[in-house]
Design a protein around this ligand. Structure first.
Ligand code: GDP
Length: 442
């Protein structure tokens, strides 16, 4: 008899205290858990009011219990869901009761989704979509994640995989019949035509991947400029605009502070590269180097300066907008002449001109994302595997003259790459690293 997987449990709802907490349990012992805590098995898939009771300890809470018998559940296993009052002690008492049952253990991050994946409830792109949906900050991110969860990329990749397998089957049939004259060439031509059109289709899907990845991660806008230009002040002002802010969080490094904005549904990560100045101390120099690298890798740089200047602030190809700050002081700083016109004139302190800057940022984001729905390839993992697929298909086409076996081998590499995209052939560590990113209880 195969070894039974452990039955796992976790808080699936947000941080307590809250009105309601949802605790999920998944695994073969779920019926036993329900009988023990509710006194009986509730009707499958029917909300049932129960008094949760820990044998020997007494009542825990009045709760709603749900039972989803396998395989018709989110994980494909027997699943119980308890909706109880969301107090810390209530949840702790239920956890204590669950802990006492042999064979149960708390779930690891992403473990419910991993079981769903392993039981064929979702493919890997759908699981990633689920994680993105939970972490979506803006409406456009939500829509992109939902498309993944609904399997748009997964279904397309399944169809690509099936078509490559068909092409390979034609070629292998050719190999089998190769001693019967030119059957092989007759089969090779349609197989290669199919490979070529498929490759074009995947290339088209890949073409828009940069936008989709950015939609997932946020458009990177760096605020740079000399010390005291007002970079932090501007960042704080933008972060305080209630409509704009999603989740300010203090920097990933000492020198770089990030703020995530929701600009009209477009996720924008503002980066304050406060460390961008000439430094003598080696630690500071390292900070400057990082800040500069970050600004140069951004999609847009806002170059903030008090006065107009002709300085070429950063090397590289990044579009750069000059923003003249501290216009409230105009006259006091002495308007310099001869500088290039700044694109924007603002006061980070009074807020003057900041609305125009934000409107321009929304316009930039809308141009960047093309205004419409983004494409399907939203992660580097998807991009890398589909690029491998395209390369293998191309090699199959190019090497057609070198023999059927060589073409078949390239197609096998392509099938493998698409299979990895779907999580069909992935090795354990890759699955581990993907599911570890999930929340506990998911
Ligand atoms: P950073 O080094 O570029 O991050 O500059 P800070 O944001 O720390 O600002 C440096 C100084 O300039 C602070 O004292 C700010 O209060 C001041 N400052 C920033 N923006 C403005 C502005 O628009 N008008 C005025 N009058 N002062 C400003």
């Amino acid at each position: 008899m195969p070894l039974q997987p452990p039955t796992i449990y976790a808080l699936a709802s947000g941080r307590p205290p809250a009105a309601i907490a949802i605790v999920r349990v998944s695994g073969p012992q779920v019926p036993q858990v329900l009988e023990r805590l509710c006194g009986r098995l509730p009707q499958p898939r029917t909300a049932t009011l129960v008094t949760l009771t820990s044998p020997g300890t007494g009542p825990i809470d009045q709760a709603v219990a749900l039972w989803f018998p396998a395989p018709h559940s989110a994980t494909g296993e027997d699943v119980a869901e308890f909706q109880l009052h969301g107090g810390r002690a209530v949840i702790a008492a239920l956890f204590a009761a669950l802990e006492k049952i042999d064979g149960l253990r708390p779930a690891e991050p992403g473990e419910f989704t991993r079981r769903a994946f392993e039981n064929g409830k979702l493919d890997l792109t759908e699981a990633e979509g689920l994680d993105d949906l939970i972490h979506a900050d803006t409406d456009r991110q939500r829509r992109q994640a939902l498309r993944h969860l609904q399997g748009l990329l997964g279904h397309r990749a399944e169809s690509w995989r099936a078509q490559i397998i068909e092409a390979m089957a034609l070629i292998e049939a050719g190999i089998d019949f190769s001693d019967e004259g030119d059957v092989s060439t007759e089969l090779m031509a349609p197989a290669l035509a199919r490979v070529a059109s498929l490759r074009t289709e995947i290339e088209e899907t890949l073409a828009a991947s940069a936008q989709s990845e950015r939609l997932r991660e946020g458009l990177q806008v760096a605020i740079a400029g000399p010390p005291n230009a007002g970079k932090s002040t501007l960042l704080n002002r933008l972060a305080r605009r209630e409509a704009a802010i999603v989740s300010p969080h203090a920097g990933t490094t000492r020198d770089i502070i990030e703020v995530h904005l929701d600009l009209d549904g477009y996720p924008v990560t503002l980066i304050d590269t406060a460390g961008l100045r000439d430094a003598s101390d080696p630690v500071e120099q390292e900070g400057v180097r990082r800040a500069r690298a970050r600004a140069e890798a951004a999609d847009l740089v806002l170059w903030l300066d008090e006065a107009e200047s002709n300085a070429t602030p950063l090397a590289g190809e990044v579009p750069l907008w000059r923003v003249r700050n501290k216009i409230d002081l105009a006259g006091k700083v002495g308007a310099s002449t001869g500088g290039s016109d700044p694109a924007f004139a603002i006061s980070a302190v009074t807020g003057e001109g900041v609305d125009q800057l934000v409107a321009a940022l929304v316009g930039f984001a809308s141009d960047y994302f093309g205004g419409g729905e983004a494409a399907l390839v939203s992660r580097a993992r998807h991009r890398v595997l589909l690029t491998e697929t395209v390369a293998a298909l191309k090699r199959a086409e190019d090497r057609a003259g070198q023999g059927d076996e060589i073409v078949a081998e390239e197609l096998r590499i392509a099938i493998h790459a698409v299979g990895r995209l779907l999580g069909r052939v992935d090795v354990e560590e890759i699955l581990d690293s993907i599911f570890r990113e999930f929340c506990i209880g998911k």
